[in-house]
Design a protein around this ligand. Structure first.
Ligand SMILES: Cc1ncc(COP(=O)(O)O)c(C=O)c1O
Length: 433
């Protein structure tokens, strides 16, 4: 195996023996509560019997078929997704994952507008393929940044580490929108095809935009004829306590990307939900894009079963309720006890703890993109989580609380208790220690 994003000689991957629900285990008898949902995709947990059965049944019936044909699970998955996406996002183009969804959304936007440039935010992740990685606003872009792919970055709102010296949400919102307006003015509005944003940025830190921001971006896009793309690869399918995060803000983008939670990652699947106006562009004109496995029957059968399970077991509601009644108060209580917690933020099953050396200065517990010795405080925190049976999501100076959306109250409390112990390891590296 050649592993992603890693120096091959410096890693020691855990050998996984099995998984069920919110847990997985190794061959040594260690069992972990998975507060990462894999890479934030097992929204209904591991090995849900109904989804496993649906994949098995589809494999026995028709395990594969070329994308140009109408195949039952493909049509049914598209219908179930389109029924849940906001507004008139009613046509579904299937891909094998999130990055391909972003690639195709950008291609659609460029062809629809006849323009080339695309604006995206610093502090974002959009995938590992050429356009998607160039849109990405984190260090994973640097090695692949070709600077000529027509992508331009700007600062999106994030009050805790404001790029605008704002002191409250209203100021942050107004200044971030003005900054976007200025960026557009200097890049040339008539050259810009799309603005691509994660509705709530995920791996970059779960920064819920302030009220009015996304509506403001929508208005700016309408004014300049720019396609508004919301990337819901991580935030979609129940993660935030709604089917799609856009519902929290009452905005409808022109294109919306999805993947991960659409079928809990049981079989690779992603896609783009397309508005009426953009679908119309390709009514008589061929869309120049496609994938051999677009709408793969096994992946789509898994999506149909996953969406049905999410309805039957009220998984989206569970994410909202456990988020509000267990995770939010639990994290607030941890913040009272642990000086390493600078800020907690999130909603549903989508939470971040911003860990700091000093609460006053907000200096991150480890420097931006730290590795080796400089990253030792976060490594100690991670090791303490694992020692206490919790598999944590860690990115730079943050840990994210992103368990499956059907996590139980008892599991959520078990995870919070393990975090409580592990955060003491982080506290030792603060100025309060
Ligand atoms: C918001 C967002 N967009 C796109 C991607 C890329 O998805 P994939 O890894 O399935 O290509 C990710 C993956 O984490 C993501 O979080």
């Amino acid at each position: 195996m050649f592993h992603s994003w890693s120096a091959q000689g410096l890693i020691d991957p855990l050998a996984v023996a099995g998984a069920e629900g919110s847990y997985f285990w190794d061959y040594e008898g260690n069992r972990y509560l998975d507060f990462t949902s894999g890479l934030v995709f097992t929204n209904i947990g591991y090995q849900h019997p109904k989804v496993v059965a649906a994949i098995q049944e589809q494999a026995a019936k028709l395990s594969t078929f070329a994308p140009a044909f109408a195949v039952e699970p493909r049509s049914e998955a598209a219908r179930l997704i389109a029924e849940r996406t906001p507004g008139d996002l009613d046509k579904i183009f299937f891909t094998n994952g999130g990055a391909e969804a972003v690639e195709n959304a950008v291609r659609m936007a460029r062809l629809h507008t006849g323009r080339h440039k695309v604006l995206a935010a610093y502090r974002s992740y959009h995938g590992g393929t050429t356009t998607a990685i160039n849109l990405t606003g984190d260090p994973r872009r640097w090695a692949s940044d070709n600077g000529t792919s027509g992508t331009v970055h700007f600062w999106a709102p994030f009050l805790y580490r404001s790029a605008f010296y704002a002191e409250n949400e209203a100021e942050e919102c107004a200044r971030a929108l003005q900054h976007l307006e200025d960026t557009i003015a200097f890049e040339g509005p008539a050259a810009i095809a799309a603005i691509v944003l994660e509705t709530i940025p995920g791996t970059a830190g779960i920064m819920t935009p302030p009220p009015g921001y996304l509506a403001g971006v929508r208005e700016i896009c309408d004014r300049y004829g720019i396609v508004f793309v919301l990337d819901e690869v991580m935030a979609g399918f129940g993660r935030t306590g709604k089917w799609f995060a856009a519902e929290h803000f009452d905005v409808v983008p022109d294109l919306m990307t999805f993947a991960k939670g659409v079928n809990s990652g049981y079989v690779p699947l992603g896609g783009v939900a397309i508005s009426g106006a953009i679908a119309e562009t390709f009514e008589k004109r061929p869309y120049p894009g496609g994938l051999t496995y677009s709408g793969h029957p096994l992946a789509c059968a898994a999506a149909v079963a996953t969406i049905q399970v999410m309805e039957e077991e009220r998984v989206v509601e569970n994410a909202a309720v456990i988020g509000e009644t267990v995770i939010a108060p639990g994290l607030r209580a941890l913040a009272e006890r642990h000086p390493s917690i600078g800020e907690i933020r999130g909603t549903g099953m989508f939470w971040a703890l911003d860990l700091v050396k000093d609460r006053e200065t907000r200096e991150p517990l480890v420097p931006y993109n730290a590795s080796g010795e400089a990253n030792a405080p976060m490594a100690a925190f991670g090791a303490a989580c694992k020692k206490n049976g919790l598999w944590p999501f860690i990115n730079m100076n943050r840990t994210h609380v992103v368990p499956p959306c059907n996590v139980t109250e008892a599991e959520a409390k078990e995870g919070l208790a393990a975090l409580d112990i592990a955060l003491s390891a982080a506290d030792e590296h603060t100025t309060a220690a």
